[in-house]
Design a binder for this molecule. Structure first.
Ligand code: ZN
Length: 163
C-alpha cells in the first residue's frame, strides 16, 4: 500500500479555503482525517486529486463547485408553514441547522428565515456553489479492513467509535 488507490484508507491533514482565502475547515497532522478512498467519502474533485499520492506528498488543489458540493439549487429553498413542524422545532432562528424528513429521507437544512407563521429552509449544502481550495498532506495509508469495505467508510483506531 504505497499509493492511494481504491479501497485504501488514507489519513490526510488539510486546510480548506474559499475563494476569498478564508479558512472554512482544517485538520492538522495530530487530528488528521482518515477516509476510505474510492467510496465517495470526500468530494469528487478532491478524491480525484488524491488518487495515486504517497505518504508525505503535499498538494494544492482547486475543486470547482460542480466537483465539490454541487451548484447552488434554488429549488431546494422552501417555505414551510410552522404548523407542519413539531412544536419544539417552531422556535428555530435563521442560521440554525435542522434535520428534516424531506419525504426522500432525512436531510440537514439551514434555516434562512423564520417568521411568526413560516420557516424558510435551504437544503443546499452550506458550501454549494463554492469553489474549494484545498491544501492537503498525506499522513498515512493502509489497506481497508473487510468491515470497512462493507460499510463503505473508514473506522477510527478504536474500531466502531463513529457508530
Ligand atoms: Zn462503519
Amino acid at each position: 500500500m504505497s499509493k492511494i488507490q481504491k479501497n485504501t484508507v488514507a489519513t490526510i491533514a488539510y486546510v480548506l479555503k474559499n475563494r476569498k482565502g478564508e479558512i472554512l475547515d482544517q485538520a492538522g497532522a495530530e487530528e488528521a482525517f482518515a477516509y476510505l478512498h474510492g467510496h465517495d467519502n470526500v468530494v469528487p474533485g478532491l478524491e480525484k486529486a488524491l488518487d495515486g499520492l504517497a505518504v508525505g506528498d503535499k498538494l494544492s488543489v482547486t475543486v470547482s463547485a460542480d466537483e465539490g458540493y454541487g451548484d447552488y439549487d434554488p429549488d431546494l429553498v422552501q417555505t414551510v408553514e410552522k404548523s407542519k413542524f413539531p412544536p419544539k422545532m417552531r422556535s428555530v432562528k435563521a442560521g440554525e441547522m435542522l434535520q428534516v424528513d424531506t419525504g426522500a429521507g432525512w436531510s440537514v437544512v439551514t434555516v434562512k428565515e423564520a417568521t411568526a407563521t413560516h420557516i424558510v429552509i435551504d437544503g443546499n449544502h452550506e458550501l454549494a456553489g463554492e469553489d474549494l481550495f484545498f491544501e492537503v498532506e498525506v499522513i498515512a495509508l493502509r489497506e481497508a479492513s473487510p468491515e470497512e469495505l462493507e460499510h463503505g467508510h473508514a473506522h477510527g483506531p478504536e474500531g466502531h467509535n463513529h457508530h
